[in-house]
Design a protein around this ligand. Structure first.
Ligand code: HEC
Length: 100
């Protein structure tokens, strides 16, 4: 379910391994895992941030400087938690054949 939700909602801007209009999800995952190695912390921070993007709470200031702040999109909290868990568990560099 997390995979479907991720592909339906996030991949328009976040490709899995290629930076386009937004950092790749592999890069976001790497940075969030460095900050929040623990899965529950990762899920909580990521889902709350995406629910309400806030430059002051960003852990990717360089990405904001480059792409501007991610727009606020009307995602449900529980949907974001599922997506966050999926991101935590997925090594996007090893996924085939949907690489972009
Ligand atoms: C309309 C384009 C767009 C969509 C759709 C989008 N994002 Fe983003 N996102 C961005 C951009 C641009 C950035 C880089 C700037 C920033 O960090 O705010 C970003 C940054 C992020 C960050 C880093 C936050 C930080 O600490 O700065 C996370 C996490 C994230 N996105 C998750 C998601 C998830 C999960 C989804 C799907 C539910 C999603 N995004 C959908 C454009 C988008």
């Amino acid at each position: 379910m997390g995979a479907l939700l991720f592909h339906g909602n996030c991949v328009t801007c976040h490709y899995e391994t290629t930076e386009r209009s937004a950092p790749s999800m592999q890069e976001v995952r790497k940075r969030y895992k460095e900050a929040f190695p623990n899965k529950p912390d990762f899920i909580k921070y990521l889902s709350e941030w995406v629910h309400d993007p806030d430059a002051d709470k960003s852990i990717m200031q360089d990405a904001i400087a480059k792409h501007e702040l991610m727009p606020q999109l009307a995602y449900e909290k529980d949907v974001l938690e599922e997506i966050a868990a999926y991101i935590y568990d997925t090594d996007f560099t090893k996924r085939h054949p949907f690489h972009k």
